[in-house]
Design a protein around this ligand. Structure first.
Ligand SMILES: Nc1nc2c(ncn2[C@@H]2O[C@H](COP(=O)(O)OP(=O)(O)OP(=O)(O)O)[C@@H](O)[C@H]2O)c(=O)[nH]1
Ligand SMILES: [Mg+2]
Length: 463
């Protein structure tokens, strides 16, 4: 049995619930396409075949570089000669009546530009649309766009009146106050309990907040699997990916145990391969040549976890030569770089043999599985951070190596492995698995040691 023979948890969810179907509504120029591009790392040109400023709500807009979501793009409620509200209402009702989850509408973003002066905020029909969403149990978020423009206006007003260094914080305060008064309160007056978020395209924290609010709403509507698809489709929140990948990675644990009963060819390796496939799909990078599913990357992770397995990595490659007649990994164990011979990043042959021959649940397999999940997450998280700062593009080996280099041997990695050793060796975890303790502990390690690097330094400039 090979890794790919194990059924994929993620593939099952994707088959049932994906793509995530989102409707984005807003008047021309409000920033819909920009929001989509930054959140899903795609290139949605705001050109419609119906002419400038027009789009057809029924069109399913898909993206090769991120096939996990479908966009329905709609003009604002009052656009065009006829009232667009009726078209939107009709579309929502039709979609929500679909039998299959994947054909239903999963969320709506109603985009409104943050006002910078007086005047009308909501188009006629907004209240009706919000009510319809409530009746149809459809998650809807009101997205106030271009908050940065309001901040800029506030900064300009304060120029010359305050010392230079006080301008930005004072403008921020003013902007927040204005947003509360002119956006949040009026919306609460129109339809209490409606979720709203303000965003700027140059502030990734605001985009992360938007996708996390959307995720919570989807979950509160009882759509757990749709929520996993959402975590996969969006490309800004590492937090959502962390959560989803622990969930799918740990489900694998039980499949790994069941390997014991099958006469498996690839033993524990098959289990780790399946975890790898599922977790990489959750992160959903633009990876057309499958670098993240390749042997080179898998070897990097195996190299990291080897210290938790039963064999210690040998410092002398000659040791391994004597223990195996498989030459392929040995050829990979050294790389000629110029005049230097450097160790390649790969596990020792002894460790690979153990992975292939082990089918039992032991404290070693448990430690290795936990480490595989957390180490892989930590590296994918770093790759995401590197990609976040760039315009939409496919990943390359450069980012993978940079992420690996930053994690390998770091104090974070040391602490994670220490935590895993402590948990498995001191708590007799192998016998307590039924209690779900291992999943809890893995989540705890991820929460404690991953994510922090993402949360700092998120005010990125436009990539
Ligand atoms: N300052 C600022 N400009 C933004 C922001 N979001 C979008 N824009 C700009 O606003 C303009 C319109 O953005 P689009 O994303 O094309 O707007 P749209 O809603 O898709 O417009 P249509 O496709 O015509 O309906 C572009 O020049 C964007 O660069 C933002 O957060 N801040
Ligand atoms: Mg557009």
């Amino acid at each position: 049995m090979s890794g790919s023979d194990l059924p994929s948890q993620v593939a099952e969810i994707i088959e049932e619930c994906s793509p995530f179907r989102i409707l984005v509504i807003g008047t021309t120029g409000v920033g819909k396409s920009t929001l989509i591009n930054y959140t899903f790392k795609v290139e949605h040109a705001n050109v419609s075949h119906l002419g400038a400023g027009k789009s057809n709500i029924d069109d399913e807009i898909t993206f090769l570089e991120n096939p996990l979501f479908i966009l329905h793009d709609s003009q604002g409620l009052e656009s065009g000669e006829v009232d667009n509200l009726n078209k939107i209402k009709d579309f929502v009702k039709r979609r929500m009546a679909e039998r299959k989850v994947k054909d239903r509408l999963h969320a709506v973003w109603l985009c409104i530009e943050v006002p910078r002066a007086g005047g009308r905020l909501f188009e006629t029909g907004t209240e009706e649309l919000l009510q319809l969403a409530r009746d149809e149990q459809l998650p809807i978020v009101v997205v106030f766009t271009k908050f940065d423009m309001l901040l800029l206006q506030e900064r300009n007003k304060l120029r010359g009146k305050l010392p230079k260094e006080e301008i930005a914080p004072a403008a921020e305060k003013q902007g927040e106050r204005f947003y509360e008064e002119r956006c949040v309160k009026p919306l609460a007056g129109l339809a209490g309990n409606t979720c709203c978020v303000k965003v700027s395209y140059n502030d990734y924290t605001s985009l992360i907040h938007l996708v996390e609010v959307t995720s919570r709403l989807v979950l509160s509507h009882g759509e757990e699997d749709v929520c996993v698809v959402w975590a996969i489709a969006q490309r800004v929140s590492a937090g959502l990916k962390l959560k989803a990948s622990v969930t799918v990675g740990m489900k694998r644990y039980w499949k790994g145990v069941s390997l014991k009963e099958t006469s498996c060819e690839n033993g524990f390796q098959a289990c780790l391969d399946a975890i790898h496939t599922d977790m990489v799909s959750v992160w959903n990078f633009n990876d057309p040549v499958d670098l993240l599913s390749g042997k080179e990357f898998k070897d990097m992770i195996l190299h990291l976890i080897e210290e938790l397995g039963p064999t210690k990595r040998t410092t002398d490659p000659g040791d391994d030569l004597t223990t195996t007649n498989t030459l392929e990994p040995i050829a990979q164990a050294v790389l000629l770089i110029g005049d230097h011979v450097a160790s390649a990043i790969c596990p020792s042959i002894t460790f690979v043999k153990w992975l292939l021959n082990t089918c039992d649940l032991t404290s070693d397999t448990l430690k290795c599985q936990m480490a595989y999940i957390v180490d892989l997450i930590a590296i994918l998280e770093r790759v995401l951070l590197l990609m976040l700062a760039k315009p939409p593009q496919s990943i390359s080996l450069t980012e993978i190596k940079e992420a690996f280099g930053a994690y390998n041997g770091s104090s974070i990695q040391t602490n994670i492995h220490k935590g895993i050793r402590r948990y498995v060796e001191e708590t007799d975890a192998v016998h307590q698995l039924d209690a779900g303790n291992t999943e809890k502990e893995t989540s705890r390690l991820v929460r404690e040691y991953c994510g922090a690097s993402i949360l700092t330094d998120l005010k990125l400039n436009r990539g």
